[in-house]
Write a protein that binds this ligand. Sequence first.
Ligand SMILES: [Zn+2]
Length: 91
Amino acid sequence: MRTPDVGRLSASELGDARRELAVSRALSRRDSPIHLPINAQLLAIDAELVSRGVRMCGCGMAADDDGLMDGHLFEFPAHEERDLGRFFAGR
Ligand SMILES: [Zn+2]
């Protein structure tokens, strides 16, 4: 899968790309060399989410609109927002 420059993707496209990459990683063997490029892409997407202030749910839903994300979390109480706090370490 060729992933376009993450800077060109919308918030929801970033969420979709991250979800697809996570599924690919989960379906590959634990010792597969595919993990390296997949992990690099996941990291690039997470960094883009943080730099744009995009919030993401564990289910893959991503939004740069607080109302949209808060509504989603209210509608699906079992869902949890992903904690991207590790990117803020040292600030
Ligand atoms: Zn969700």
